[in-house]
Each structure stands twice: as structure tokens, then as C-alpha cells.
Ligand binder design. Structure first.
Ligand code: FAD
Ligand code: NAD
Length: 467
């Protein structure tokens, strides 16, 4: 078979690239080694984690906030973990089947098997029964994603010492879940089990959680998570982990060399993800991964071999589904002769804990490091009528704006529905709005978004209205 474009990997980068290529009239094929389409995001990432976060949040509310809302439950409220996991599986099934529908609708040829390069235009597809078939293409897009990073001194047995994939299909609720890494995966999946009753112990190398986001967000989130059973140990370097029966011992060292052991019944290793290129035979196409395992690309996401592009987690940048999608669209449009671009500064980052955390643009730490003159305005959720009505008073909105021009440079939110609210900040910043522009726009009352308007008022002239 001869194609205009073959995409290897069906995650949010790959399947979106394939759809956009087909929309633009290219004869397109998609190759996926797993049984289902959708990659990490749909199968073992974004979607299943959010399904469990939603279920566990219902349980948490039933046991913690219903009484205050005036809802008395007669009898015990119990967690049915197998049903919770089964519902999550059903959500994943529906979502991955949706990709099959989209491939058919867009007349994209699909192949199940491991794709590897024979040369720069030929992909060999090796199926699970060992048989193989070759397809050729003018252009190829590599979208093979990432896998969890492992620590060389810890053996992941997938029973007691687990990655996010196993944490999404637990058979019991951990009594004491030890998290190595206080990043996004640890805090989201830790939240699921903390809400279901686990004690969650976070061991983090840095001096705070979600260290790459604006520091104020991590500090506030730490307070909220402490209320639901999280315990934090910062500036600890994990040195090993062992399992004896059902007990896991994680050993760590403080910065001043003190050795500490943590004991639990499960340990989730969530110390980042690494690009995945195993089995691709990159060298046959004249390509080589860099020393972090990523495929080097230029500003058009083109590799050193001009007809081959790479997108998503397998290239540099944020390892996020929406970043992978934008890159898929950009490559498809480039191949069609268009001149697309991505504003990488405006890719939002979100953590789906409760309260949710979301940020876009520059953090206060980045502005300070760059010596940029800026002003900051904040507004707390507790001063918001909408937040009091729903009992979601933790958190704040922080707006950072250019000291001279008032252009918004960063928006950082922790609070109810922050994940959805950040889109408004992206829109404003894409159009290079000033804090005053946003503060003069009518925001429906009562809404959580009013906190953004108030933070903009605070940043513009320190004149928030409701505090
Ligand atoms: P992937 O989704 O990893 O897809 C790559 C695909 O390529 C896989 O299906 C793989 O089987 C296939 N493949 C690899 N090699 C070959 C080969 N040789 N031949 C054929 N197929 C191959 N991001 C967010 O933006 N929001 C979230 O809420 C979020 N939550 C997450 C939660 C968890 C627990 C995890 C683990 C990740 C989460 N992420 C989230 C990150 C997100 O999943 C990734 O950034 C995203 O999936 C990257 O997309 P991708 O298309 O680059 O690669
Ligand atoms: P991460 O990079 O978010 O966090 C890893 C944490 O582990 C960091 O805080 C790091 O300092 C710490 N760490 C590293 N080595 C350590 C050690 N030896 N001991 C103790 N701590 C150590 O990585 P993650 O949480 O594994 O997530 C992986 C990727 O998946 C992220 O890049 C993220 O973008 C993506 N993801 C996104 C979402 C979302 O968008 N909501 C959700 C889940 C995952």
C-alpha cells in the first residue's frame, strides 16, 4: 500500500494528526501496536484517571459534605471498588471505540501491529501473530508517546510497587499508599485513594509539590491535600524500595544525609515519563534519539530526515495530550502547504485534584528570573459568593501582568473548576489582553470566573471590589 502519510502511534498526537491529514485530502494510515486506539491518554492516562477522580469525589462528598448540605444518608456509604473500576473501564471502552468511528468516518486505513522503519519511506508492521506487512508513504509522522520513568534502584513488580497503569486497576484500597514523586500523576492518583480512605505519604525530591508550576499553587494545594489524608516529606531522595509479604519499605535520604524508612502496603512510583522509541528501528530511517530518548525536531517538528516528522511526548516540551494534539494538527497543515504555528507559551497545565490547579503563561518565579517588571493581583475563592454556595472556598486566582503595558503574562488558579476556567485566560492571552481589558468585561454572577475578573482588577489598580 502506498500512502501520502503514515502515522505511527494512535495517542492524542497520532490520531488527531491522522484526522487532520485526511481532512486535508491526504491518503492516510494509522499504525498502533496495542489492541485499542487512543494511546496513553485514552487507555491508561487522562481519561481513566479522571473517571476515578470523579467517582472518588462523589464518595468523598457523600461522606464529608452531604451532612452540611442537609443531606442525611441512612445507613453506611460504602465503596464498591470493583464497580468503580468497571465504570472507569466502560468510559475507556466508549472513548477508544470513538476513535475507531473517527478513523472510519475519515477513511483512514488502520493497522494493528508494531511499526518499524525499513527505510525512510517504508514501515514494516509486525502483528501479534508474528506475521508482517510493509506499507510505504511519502511522509511519516512518529507519535509513539512515552512510558513511565523507572528508578534504576527500584524494581517495579506491578503488584506492590506500581506505576500509574496499575494504580488505575487496583483490587483493594491501599491502607497506606507511598508516592514517590509529588508531581501530577502522584497527586491525582493519590487523591483518588485518599478520598477512598487511604493514608497517602508523598516523598518528593524537591522542596514542594508540583514544582514546575507557580510556587504559590503548590503551597495552597498542599494545605488542601493535607486535609484529606496526605502527608508530605520534601527534600527527600529515595534510595530504594523492597517488598516483604504485603509490606513495602521505601528508603530515602534527607539533604543532610539522614536515612529514613517509610512503610506502606503499596508504593506508586511517579517520577516522570520518558519518550518511547523502542522497536521503531529509527536508524533505518537515518534517525537517532537524543540522550533523553527524545526525537530531535526543528520548529516545524521535522526530523533530520525531511519526510519524517515527530510529535507529542516523543519530542521535547510538555508531556500533555493537548500539546500532542496541537502538534498533530500543525504537522498535517504543514504537509498540506499551510503555515501553522503553536504558541507554546500558552499551553495550559492542569492538575485534576480538588481543588483543581491550572496555570498558563509565565510563573512568578520565571518572571523574577527573567528580571521582568510585573505586577500581581490575587483574589481568594473564599470571598466569592459562588464558592461559598458550593462550599468550595479553598484557593485563589493570581494574575501576573506587565508592569508598564498591563498585558497579562500569566494566570495561575487553584480552586473549583480551575481546569475549565483556564481556557478563558488562554483566550485573553492569545489576544494579548491587558488585565484591565478582562476586568472591564462582564462576568456572569455568581460564577467562579468572577475570581479572574477580581484578580485582574487587583493586578490593574489594586481595586478588587469584593475584598
Ligand atoms: P501516547 O498517548 O503515549 O500514544 C502513543 C501510542 O503509540 C501508544 O498507543 C503506543 O502503543 C503506540 N506505539 C508506540 N510505539 C509504537 C510502534 N512502534 N508501533 C505502533 N504503535 C506504537 N495529559 C493531559 O493533557 N491531561 C491529563 O489529564 C493527563 N492525565 C494523565 C494521566 C496519567 C495517569 C498519565 C500516565 C498521563 C496523563 N497525561 C495527561 C499525559 C498524556 O497521556 C500524554 O501527554 C499523551 O497521551 C501523549 O500523547 P502522544 O500521542 O504523544 O502519545
Ligand atoms: P512529574 O514530572 O509531574 O512529577 C514527578 C515528580 O517526581 C517531580 O516533582 C520530581 O521532583 C519528583 N522526583 C523525581 N525523581 C524523584 C526521586 N528519586 N525521589 C523523589 N521524587 C522524585 O511526573 P509524573 O507525575 O510522573 O507525570 C508524568 C507526566 O505525565 C507529566 O509530565 C505530566 O505532564 C503528565 N501528566 C499530566 C497530567 C495532567 O495534565 N493533569 C496528569 C498526569 C500526568
Amino acid at each position: 500500500m502506498q500512502f501520502d502519510v503514515v502515522v505511527i502511534g494512535s495517542g492524542p498526537g497520532g490520531y488527531v494528526a491522522a484526522i487532520r491529514c485526511a481532512q486535508l485530502g491526504m491518503k492516510t494510515a494509522l499504525v498502533e501496536k496495542y489492541d485499542t486506539f487512543g494511546g496513553t491518554c485514552l487507555n491508561v492516562g487522562c481519561i481513566p484517571s479522571k473517571a476515578l477522580l470523579d467517582s472518588s469525589e462523589h464518595y468523598h462528598n457523600a461522606t464529608h459534605t452531604f451532612t452540611t448540605h442537609g443531606i442525611d444518608i441512612k445507613g453506611a456509604v460504602n465503596v464498591n471498588l470493583p464497580q468503580m473500576i468497571a465504570r472507569k473501564d466502560e468510559v475507556v471502552k466508549q472513548t477508544t471505540e470513538g476513535i475507531v468511528y473517527l478513523m472510519k468516518k475519515n477513511k483512514i486505513s488502520t493497522y494493528k501491529g508494531v511499526g518499524s522503519f525499513k527505510d525512510k519511506n517504508t514501515i514494516k508492521i509486525t502483528k501479534s501473530d508474528g506475521s508482517a506487512e510493509d506499507i510505504t508513504s511519502k511522509n511519516i509522522i512518529i507519535a509513539t508517546g512515552s512510558k513511565p520513568t523507572e528508578l534504576p534502584f527500584i524494581k517495579i513488580d506491578k503488584e506492590r510497587i506500581i506505576t500509574s497503569t496499575e494504580a488505575l486497576k487496583m483490587k483493594e484500597i491501599p491502607k497506606n499508599l507511598i508516592l514517590i514523586g509529588g508531581g501530577v500523576i502522584g497527586l491525582e492518583l493519590g487523591s483518588v485513594y485518599a478520598r477512598l480512605g487511604s493514608k497517602v505519604t508523598v516523598i518528593e525530591y524537591m522542596d514542594g509539590i508540583i514544582p514546575t508550576m507557580d510556587k504559590a499553587l503548590g503551597k495552597e494545594l498542599q494545605k488542601s491535600l493535607s486535609k484529606i489524608g496526605f502527608e508530605f516529606h520534601f527534600s527527600h531522595k529515595v534510595t530504594g524500595a523492597s517488598v516483604k509479604g504485603s509490606e513495602v519499605t521505601v528508603s530515602a535520604e534527607t539533604m543532610d544525609g539522614k536515612k529514613v524508612d517509610f512503610k506502606g502496603d503499596y508504593c506508586l512510583v511517579a517520577v516522570g515519563r520518558k519518550a518511547y522509541t523502542d522497536g521503531l528501528a529509527l536508524e533505518a530511517a537515518g534517525l537517532k534519539a537524543d540522550d533523553r530518548g527524545k526525537i530531535p525536531v526543528n520548529a516545524h517538528l521535522q526530523t533530520a530526515t525531511p519526510n519524517i516528522y515527530a510529535i507529542g511526548d516523543v519530542v521535547a516540551g510538555a508531556m500533555l495530550a493537548h500539546k500532542a494534539e496541537e502538534e498533530g494538527v500543525m504537522v498535517a497543515e504543514t504537509l498540506a502547504g499551510q503555515k501553522p504555528h503553536i504558541n507554546y507559551n500558552l499551553i495550559p497545565g492542569v492538575v485534576y485534584t480538588w481543588p483543581e490547579v491550572a496555570g498558563v503563561g509565565q510563573t512568578e518565579e520565571q518572571l523574577k528570573a527573567a528580571g521582568k517588571a510585573y505586577k500581581a493581583g490575587s483574589f481568594p475563592f473564599k470571598a466569592l459568593g459562588r464558592a461559598r454556595a458550593s462550599m468550595d472556598t479553598d484557593g485563589f486566582v493570581k494574575v501576573l501582568a506587565d508592569k508598564t503595558t498591563d498585558e497579562i503574562l500569566g494566570v495561575h488558579i487553584i480552586g473549583a473548576r480551575a481546569a475549565d476556567m483556564i481556557a478563558a485566560a488562554v483566550t485573553a492571552m492569545e489576544y494579548r489582553a491587558s488585565a484591565e481589558d478582562v476586568s472591564r468585561m462582564s462576568h456572569a454572577h455568581p460564577t467562579y470566573m468572577e475570581a479572574v475578573k477580581e484578580a485582574c482588577l487587583a493586578a490593574t489598580e489594586n481595586r478588587a471590589l469584593h475584598i
